[in-house]
Design a protein around this ligand. Structure first.
Ligand code: S3P
Length: 431
């Protein structure tokens, strides 16, 4: 329950490296555990979310050695996991719980997945429904809508599933279960979500093709472990991209950032708002596009965001709200109701906290309307236990004229344990 006080103190300047991508780290750990043979994952995310997935895999009998920059996973193959003695605690992580549910649906033993109070209130029916259709027996509170989930896996069969929600977590749960299924698994969704799982499958030689907007996976492949490299997390970089855009005289370089096109909505939107972002050294690493970002201060204009843009910047809305609060003119977001079922209801938490800081923001059922050019005022505010809300408020604090204290900031370690160090590096470098 720590707190963080941030005082406005001039530009952000210097070069940083953000943590490894959280989404890719979860996938790298799970897929390596199911592969035949050992592999090294370099640049993994040290955030608590990913460490919970790592510990869950260890409890499933996978040997994982942890080093400062890499982990060594001894893969057990598709049928090598063993029954855990205790419930598997995924902490705050929807990705960890939903992806593990997919992998555990194919196991012939019983396992229980749970997490903290936030995770136990998030919708799980969205993965339970297709996994049951594939043949897994899953019990949970409210008919399987809420964790803890008890999964008795077994002989799965491939299904054709159209998800009502665009979600990489649903897609990845179905694809991971599809590895164990007899026959083909076909998956489609309204708008494309991030495709890290598909890219990783392909790089490991697991056939996973797109046929007219439907993903097709052939079940029961054998695949050998392969060393994986995790790029920096664009969702972590976004805090300093917005910070550098907003604070006059700033210039920040963020090296080695993942630029998967299903994730770069925030760069496109900030660019349209007037941000000065250059991408250098574009390259492909482990099947994922990567580059270095140079961001300079630039005045921003308000913008309208609609449903089609939402999946490509789904995790960036808390920090996007801060960008919009300082931009010239109005910003309107629609079609973003998924924000209400994230680590917190991010429409409500951001509206509540930004209102405390003197920002004119009005909630709507599926988004918000925000008036820019706010005079951000100092004082206390609250993260609500949501890591991205905490970091967004810390960046907002750089734009006002009095310190802001954010309460309940332990949650930052969920995805970005070195956030405060990186912030101090960029502020110190400028003095
Ligand atoms: C994630 C997918 C997104 C995102 C989450 C990570 C993933 O969730 O919000 O932080 O790693 O698959 P949905 O795709 O379910 O919206």
């Amino acid at each position: 329950m720590n707190s963080l006080t941030v005082t406005p103190q001039g530009p952000l300047r210097g070069t940083i490296q953000v943590p490894g991508d959280k989404s890719i780290t979860h996938r790298a750990l799970i897929v390596s555990a199911l592969a035949e043979g050992s592999s090294t994952i370099t640049g993994y995310c040290h955030g608590e979310d990913c460490l919970n997935t790592l510990r869950a895999l260890q409890a499933l009998g996978v040997s994982i050695q942890v080093d400062s920059d890499k982990v060594l996973v001894s893969g057990k193959g598709l049928s090598g996991l063993t029954e855990p003695e205790q419930p598997l605690d995924c902490g705050n992580s929807g990705t960890g719980l939903r992806l593990l549910a997919g992998a555990l649906a194919g196991q012939s033993f019983c396992s229980i997945l749970t997490g903290d109070s936030s995770l136990r209130s998030r919708p799980m029916g969205r993965v339970v429904t297709p996994l049951r259709m594939m043949g897994a027996a899953i019990q949970g509170r409210k008919g399987g809508e809420l964790a803890p989930l008890a999964i008795q896996g077994g002989a799965l069969k491939g299904i054709t599933y159209h998800s009502p929600v665009s979600s990489a977590q649903i897609k990845s749960a179905v694809l991971l279960a599809g590895l164990f299924a007899e026959g083909e698994t076909r998956f489609s969704e309204p708008l494309p979500s991030r495709d890290h799982t598909e890219r990783m499958f392909l790089s490991l030689g697991i056939p996973c093709e797109v046929e007219r907007q439907t993903l097709v996976l052939s079940g029961r492949p054998t695949f050998a472990a392969q060393d994986l490299v995790v790029p920096g997390d664009l969702s972590a970089a976004a805090f300093f991209i917005v910070g550098a855009s907003l604070v006059p005289d700033s210039e920040v370089t963020i090296v080695n950032v993942g630029l998967n096109p299903a994730r770069t909505g925030i760069l496109d939107v900030l660019g349209e708002m007037g941000a000065d972002i250059r991408i250098l050294n574009r390259r492909v690493q482990g099947g994922e596009p990567v580059g270095d970002l140079v961001v300079r201060h630039s005045p921003l204009r308000g913008i309208s965001i609609t449903a089609t843009q939402v999946p490509t910047m789904i995790d960036e809305f808390p920090i996007f709200c801060v960008a919009a609060a300082l931009a010239e003119g109005e910003t309107k977001v629609t079609g973003a109701e998924e924000l209400r079922v994230k680590e917190t209801d991010r429409i409500h938490t951001m509206a509540t906290e930004l209102t405390k800081l003197n920002v004119a923001i009005q909630e709507t059922p599926d988004g918000f309307i925000l008036q820019g050019r706010a005079n951000v005022k100092g004082g206390p505010c609250l993260s609500h236990g949501d890591h991205r809300v905490a970091m967004a408020l810390a960046i907002a604090a750089l734009t006002g004229d009095a310190p802001i204290t954010i309460h309940d900031t332990d949650c930052i370690a969920t995805s970005y344990p070195q956030f405060h160090d990186n912030l101090l590096d960029l502020l110190t470098f400028s003095h």
